[in-house]
Design a protein around this ligand. Structure first.
Ligand code: DC
Length: 219
């Protein structure tokens, strides 16, 4: 690990379905560090806003809700305003609604502090702009990619494993659509930090990816 004077911050960015969550969670476990899934925060915001009928535009209602917003984590569970939303934020509906909310500057701005507040004990954080915007001084920055087909296949397999029905063609279409919105938005677009190590996980097993990330992190 490069710095010894404070707990390490390891960040993993990349597009939907590149395996960031699974890999980051496992890397956190092996280093004994907290894990932060920032996609879950954007998903929770999306759930709360859509439930309250607040559209993805900068409005007094949206700002008011953002000011009140409260999120907490316990292991793999996510709580918004104290309610366990772990399953509710991972539905196809939230998948299709999350990008427009996460493209709003007011949303990203208000989530900056929430994310940074988690790093006092070091962490492994994953998302889209960890290395570029949220933790630009991270000790280790990794950008995970995989072909759109591989990423769609992983999402498809996850849904089937959960006993849900899934349409591979539709998932691939959504993966491409989400990539397009996330990488072309004006604020904090999905892109690798200049000092990030790039890792293409197409054709790699989870264990291989985890070992590569741990090696890159100096472990
Ligand atoms: O990683 P995920 O699929 O759970 O992320 C859900 C959405 O949240 C994704 O479409 C883009 C957005 N997101 C973001 O804009 N910035 C982050 N740091 C993490 C996620």
């Amino acid at each position: 690990m490069p710095r010894k004077d404070r707990a390490p911050v390891i960040v993993i960015d990349g597009p939907a379905g590149a395996g960031k969550s699974t890999v980051a969670r496992e890397v956190a476990r092996r280093f004994g560090l907290p894990f932060l899934d920032t996609g879950a925060i954007y998903r929770a915001i999306t759930l709360i806003m859509t439930r309250d009928g607040i559209p993805p535009t900068d409005s007094p209602e949206l700002r008011g809700k953002l000011r009140e917003f409260y999120i907490s984590f316990s292991g793999v569970e996510v709580f918004a305003f104290g309610e366990n939303v772990t399953a509710a934020i991972r539905t196809p509906e939230i998948d299709s609604l999350v990008s427009p909310y996460s493209a709003l500057p007011v949303v990203r701005e208000s989530l900056l502090e929430i994310q940074r507040a988690q790093m006092s004990r070091g962490l492994v954080a994953e998302g889209r702009d960890m290395g570029t915007v949220v933790f630009p001084d991270a000790d280790v920055k990794i950008f995970l990619t995989a072909s759109p087909e591989t990423r769609a296949r992983r999402r498809f397999d996850e849904r089937i494993a959960k006993g849900e029905t899934a349409d591979y063609g539709e998932i691939l279409r959504q993966v491409n659509e989400r990539d397009a919105i996330d990488s072309t938005r004006d604020i904090a677009p999905l892109k690798a930090a200049e000092d990030a190590a790039m890792l293409d996980t197409t054709g790699m097993s989870l264990e291989d990816v985890v070992s590569s990330v741990i090696r890159l992190a100096g472990g």
